[in-house]
Design a protein around this ligand. Structure first.
Ligand code: PMP
Length: 354
């Protein structure tokens, strides 16, 4: 039986995408060859890459608006340094809202001065800072739109005239935003897009070329743009699978359609967390993530019973990250409302039993 997969990433992907991807590993579109044995310069793969790049821009509403989509190696962690390589001349500002922002800051400090414009670190990142002043002399401002580990999410994107850069790894394609307010967006594939091994970077072309340092080719966004995201051999399987997921999302009605479902899922779970006295939410209510809900048991003595119940119901991946403890239910695009219903039923069963 297929499990209800609440894993934080790598995580659930649409079943039909996994089936198509699996079948393409055996044979791609009746060509007598596997997806993973053809040249990345073949017409078949060049078309796949172009389609993936085009779908990403289309879904974000950034087609023909001066943006380029790239599919790169190295995970979101590689973007922590690529961003600084390409944008940090003197001074950059970061909002420190979790472990991943913290890591991005650490990498950027190798390239220049970094100001932590605001931080929620002293409260174990359980909220999104709101009252802060953004210095005017920054090369860019960097934010992490959704904090996967802590279950917080920016509901309002900071307003600034500075170039705005966003790590959107765990909520890209999940909600509607004006994506043109960002100069660069990056996201590891392994949440809402595909298997681990590729990172989507969406960059405004005229924001590039502002730093004086020499940039190694593999680190240079311009090089990847000039080579149509094929400077070296791309990770063909993650790119293909991401393309299938983006096509799935488009067929469903795009971000506008999935956003509705994501809101329903989050509402269902958070209302159970709030109404059920056996559970406590971790994140500040106004900053709760629609992708990752973090919560704990009010009474740790119930842990064994609760764990046995959700495992018995075929739920996977509910344990919280070690830095928060408790539970984390990740509700990415491909997770159904029914799966959230199964979890909520178990939580209320526990209340009846306790
Ligand atoms: N940023 C965020 C918000 C993440 O959730 C993660 C991974 N879970 C990363 C960055 C790091 O991604 P990667 O493992 O692809 O380097």
């Amino acid at each position: 039986m297929k499990k209800h997969n609440f894993s934080a990433g790598p995580c659930i992907l649409p079943q039909e995408v996994m089936q198509k991807a699996a079948s393409a590993v055996i044979e791609l579109d009746d060509i007598g060859l596997s997806l993973i044995e053809i040249s990345h310069r073949s017409k078949e793969f060049v078309d796949i890459m172009e389609q993936a790049r085009s779908l990403a821009l289309e879904l974000l509403g950034l087609k023909d608006k001066g943006y380029q989509a790239l599919f790169l190696h190295g995970g979101a962690s590689m973007e922590f340094l690529m961003v600084a390589y390409n944008f940090l001349e003197k001074k950059a500002g970061y909002l420190n809202t979790g472990t991943w922002s913290d890591k991005a800051i650490k990498e950027a400090r190798l390239f220049g001065e970094v100001v932590e414009v605001a931080s929620s670190k002293d409260k174990n990142y359980n909220f999104i800072p709101k009252d802060y002043k953004i210095p005017g002399d920054l090369d860019y401002l960097h934010i992490t739109s959704n904090n996967t580990i802590y279950g917080t999410q920016f509901k309002e994107i900071p307003k600034t005239d500075l170039p705005l850069i966003c790590d959107m790894s765990s909520d890209i394609f999940s909600r509607q935003l004006d994506f043109s307010q960002f100069d660069l967006i990056y996201a590891g594939a392994q949440k809402n897009m595909g298997p681990a091994g590729v990172t989507l970077v969406v960059v405004k072309e005229d924001a590039l070329g502002k730093v004086s340092r020499k940039i190694p080719s593999m680190m240079d966004y311009k090089v990847h743009i000039d080579k149509d995201s094929m400077f070296n051999t791309p990770p063909v399987f993650p790119v293909y699978t991401s393309m299938l997921t983006l096509q799935w999302l488009k067929d469903l009605g795009g971000i506008a359609a999935i956003k509705e479902v994501n809101e329903k899922k989050a509402q269902l779970l958070y209302s159970e967390i709030d109404l059920n006295p056996l559970f406590k939410g971790f994140a500040a209510k106004e900053d709760r993530s629609n992708m990752n809900a973090t919560f704990t048991l009010a009474d740790e003595k119930l842990k064994d019973t609760f764990d046995a119940m959700w495992k018995e119901a075929g739920i996977n991946g509910l344990n919280g990250h070690r830095s928060v403890g408790g539970y984390r239910a990740s509700m990415y695009n491909a997770l159904s409302l029914e799966s959230v219903g199964v979890l909520v039923d178990i939580m209320s069963d526990l209340e009846r039993k306790a």
